[in-house]
Ligand binder design. Structure first.
Ligand code: AMP
Length: 349
């Protein structure tokens, strides 16, 4: 066990690191954020910040020496520094969980019995044509690496969109069949080093322009009906990776069962509702898991919980006067289109 008072290193300076810092502080841990960004909102809740490039070995050595355990708050981090750190200090989740590449991720998930939408690898305009033949349309062309929140993806209504899609995405990519879903949901689990797992109730997630807008619990019956199979898959993924921490997997409700979309080896936006809506938040359970503490109850604290993201706007004042509403602002300064500024969670007891 890594006892309270110890220092948790966090790679990445965004809002997930910020909320991890709050949960860590509540349990008596110190946090040390390493991030290159000029503005790091995670630093605002951390005990210390090193603003530096992840590849600077002198910085990394100091960081490793100052931390008792290290975690990361985003998966698009270069693998080399995380692996380098893992040789010197415990890193959870283990860097093997950083799939970082959609094709490898789909293959891995298929190997443990998951079902993604039909897909094909694309690395040229010619292979895109072959992929369209194999996958059909409508379809979504996604960059193989470093996409998030809908960035690096474009929809093809028909083969006639192939030129434009390739011009937009270029580079290694994946073509996925467009899933005509009615509902999207996610499965969040936490796994300790001893293999003990807890699972959260599945939120029903609504996206607009590929960015999460709301997560609602309890989810509709169509989601509940597929949650068991999806949770079993998430648990198998975690087991295979010998995973430690919170793992998020996103799904569409498919005609024949849950369709796997993607996984995130970290706390997740669709789990923000757990701060007030579950007995132990995803952030606290992540901290507990990586520090070797027993995991906490994930039971809902109310009969209905809704998390609404505040995206590109500053309309946070009304939530202050609303009974049952809990406002979180991420300290980001100016609102910009598509920028996640905060969220509001509403709990009906
Ligand atoms: P992603 O970054 O891959 O999670 O995509 C962001 C959002 O785009 C998803 O949550 C869906 O709402 C939508 N999306 C992505 N892939 C597909 C797909 N194959 N079929 C339908 N919608 C999709």
């Amino acid at each position: 066990m890594i006892p309270p008072g110890a220092t948790i290193g966090i790679l990445g300076g965004g809002q997930l690191g910020r909320m991890l810092g709050v949960a860590a502080a509540q349990l008596g841990y110190r946090t040390h954020v390493l991030a290159p960004d000029r503005e790091s909102v995670a630093a605002q809740t951390a005990s210390s910040l090193t603003r530096a490039d992840y590849h600077d070995r002198i910085v990394l050595a100091d960081f490793a020496a100052s931390c008792d355990v290290v975690t990361y708050e985003f998966e698009n981090i270069a693998l080399a520094p995380v692996e380098w750190l893992a040789q010197r200090v415990p890193v959870h989740p283990h860097p093997r969980a950083l799939a970082q590449e959609r094709i490898a991720e789909k293959r891995f998930v298929e190997s443990v019995g998951g079902h993604p939408a039909r897909w094909a690898a694309v690395d040229s305009r010619e292979t895109l044509a072959a992929a369209i033949d194999a996958v059909g349309t409508p379809a979504v062309l996604k960059t193989a690496r470093f996409g998030y929140d809908g960035k690096g993806q474009v929809k093809l209504a028909s083969a006639a969109d192939a030129d434009d899609a390739w011009a937009t995405i270029g580079g290694p990519a994946i073509l996925e069949a467009f899933v005509p879903f009615d509902h999207e949901f996610s499965i969040l689990i936490a796994r300790g080093a001893d293999g003990a797992c807890v699972r959260y109730d599945p939120p029903h997630n609504v996206h607009k322009e590929a960015i999460l807008r709301t997560s609602t619990l309890p989810a509709p019956a169509a989601v509940i009906a597929q949650a068991e199979e999806a949770t079993a898959l998430a648990l198998r993924i975690a087991e295979r990776l010998d995973y430690v921490g919170v793992l998020a997997c996103e799904f569409f409700v498919g005609a024949d069962g849950p369709v796997f979309n993607e996984m995130a080896p970290r706390v997740h936006n669709s789990g923000h509702w757990t701060i007030e809506g579950a007995e132990t938040s995803q952030f606290e359970n992540h901290i507990r898991a990586i520090c070797g503490l027993p995991l906490g109850s994930t039971a809902l604290t109310g009969s209905r919980v809704t998390m609404e993201n505040l995206i590109g706007e500053d309309a946070w004042q009304p939530a202050l006067g609303e009974p049952g509403a809990h406002l979180h602002l991420y300290g980001k300064g100016a609102a910009r289109a598509g920028r996640k500024m905060g969220h509001v969670t509403r709990v009906v007891r």
